[in-house]
Design a protein around this ligand. Sequence first.
Ligand code: PEP
Ligand code: MG
Length: 747
Amino acid sequence: MPDRLESESRKLLGRLRDALAESSAGQDRLDRIVKLIASSMLAEVCSIYLFRDAETLELCATEGLQPESVHQTRLRLGEGLVGRAAKSREVINTANAPAEKGFRYMPETGEERYSSFCGVPIQRVGNALGVLVIQSKAAREFTADEVYALEVVAMVLAEMTELGAFVGEGAALSARHQQPVTFRAGIAQEGAVEGRVYLHEPRVVVTNPVADDPTAELERLRAAIETLRASVDDMLTQTTTVSAEQVQVMETYRMFANSRSWIRRMEEDVELGLSAEAAVEKEQSFARTRMSQATDAYLRDRMHDLDDLSNRLLRILTGQGNDTGAEMPENPILVARNIGPGELLEYGKKLKGIVLEEGSVGSHAAIVARAWAIPLLIHAEGITTEALNGDTILVDGDQGLVHLRPDDTVQTAFRDKVAMAARAQERYASIRDLPATDLSGRTIELNMNAGLMADLPSLSGSGANGVGLFRTELQFLIRNQMPRRAELSALYTRVMDAAKGKRVVFRTLDIGSDKVLPYMKALNEPNPAMGWRAIRVGLDKPGILRMQVQALMRASAGRPLTIMFPFIAQMEEFRSARAEVLKTLEREEILGHSLPSKLEIGAMLETPGLAFAPDTFFNEVDFISVGGNDLKQFFFAADRENEMVRRRYDTLNTSFLNFLEQVVRRCEAAGKPLSFCGEDAGRPIEAMCFAAIGFRALSMRAPSVGPVKHLLRRVNLDEAKAVIDEARNRGDQSVRKAVTDWLAGQG
Ligand code: PEP
Ligand code: MG
């Protein structure tokens, strides 16, 4: 970079810092700053546009354009060159602005005289705050060095905005982090709660965007990078039980920590006058922009690693750790980019809800949130940069909305909704101890699904008959190493004690697919959902299956025990697994351990093929439970994790119901109990239809037991069956409409 520009840049940044230190009003500061920038950059025009709301940019200060247009000229996000720079978060640099795509002429500004235009987004950690624009009459593109210098200035402006330096009158100059904001999000667990934000990783606050002494600052940056490198190396050497994937991530960290281009760019930023922290944030912003544009998943992941690394570097530089000492507010709602199940469990059940910027419906965090029955929303883009600890937050897990710092009307409407849901819960509580008997006198057994100790108290509260599915893998997923037999046995004992004699169906380890044990080598399978998972792992690694079954037997000691195998695709798998259990039983007897008073061994029907197994299979099992989540994805060939296809096929699709009815018939013919334990069992209309076609037992999340029972007690299942039959005979693709119309007719 030419010496003149470099020293100009430092001088300008020094003046910006002086402007920050002065106690003047936001508007005065902005007015001074545009003058400073225009003269320093030898441009006739310098303007600053800031957002007045998420969609609108407003001209907030200008040197060179008509002063009357300040706070009058507005552009929508994406509109004109300014709106385009804000939307794309990329620089627009052109010698002939009017000829540029999307140019919009704003007569009130008098800008028609200026040909060249350079708009640089003002952004902080990927969050667009406004646009800095310079214009001049001469038709010339600004040089790369000039643009670079402007980006550095824009970074300082971003930090100043964040620090509240431009607070003044009007929406565009209102203080940051005080306006109501609504985020659209994906639903990973339903429910509606009001609470206060608790940030998993509070943002690093940079109070000094400009360095006093660039030479000393460079030293500070280099020292911090050294510390970072050493810590990454430590991570790699100290960890012993890590998956190949974790090693890969750490290798990438190391690669970035040694990346010359990343480090060189930050050094250049500092040479131009930025503080080390501001330089790290500037490069982080660029990485975030690229991350949001990357269509390649691999590239996105790598950008993500760089982002994490930038955060580490910022924490080293500022000395701000993750633990800021912020107290957990009442009714805490956890807000995070993403979180693992282990970290989540450390917070414990005091959390009232979770909002993530990333995450997925099938993630382990989602499994934990589901077990806790607290709402979880995912893909709430930008919430970690907007939310502050303690902010009021409304999580609407039914609509997929998050209201941050809501205004009174939104809050009142939300509270009404929550109160209505609570009244419905009261209604359910009044029928808690009554059976789910329909008007024709048929009683359906309603059980709950569980997986953590924390679930067990719901057993008496929900009115469930027992636990129809205990997902044992959760205990394996939340640990850093394979649990020991004694540990498992103690845990299963506590589960059975807590169940107080009610039946608990223990499903043996169901890992693989999206459930990857952190301490087991991850396989690189093209189709993990159809890969090495569940009972396939159990049969190939019988040691684990045996250890688990032994722990269950020792825990049951003299009590009945129910075991179920996941993902049985053919009869032989069931036979082999069952033989393993019976061998273990024999061995336990020889070892002198007390045996279960009764042993039931069942299979989950999660693959369509099993429904066509020989009669022998149905005669040999003690019971069958339909795992609808997996069954549906294979029946319709639609990935349960893929949002594009997940909801495409209705559970009440006629073909699917016909298929389920076949399963009912086969179990009836063999005299074997049948249950349905996928998520659909917890949806009242679906549950009613399953009961109507012959299911006598359903297992669902604890909070669903009340609503399902409420509906079942108010309908006649024979009539419901007739409605379903009529729709099927008519050739309806799904019976949903017929059934909901009929229910509506019943009031
Ligand atoms: C299912 O597939 O329906 C099921 C209950 O098992 P999971 O959701 O744990 O795969
Ligand atoms: Mg399953």
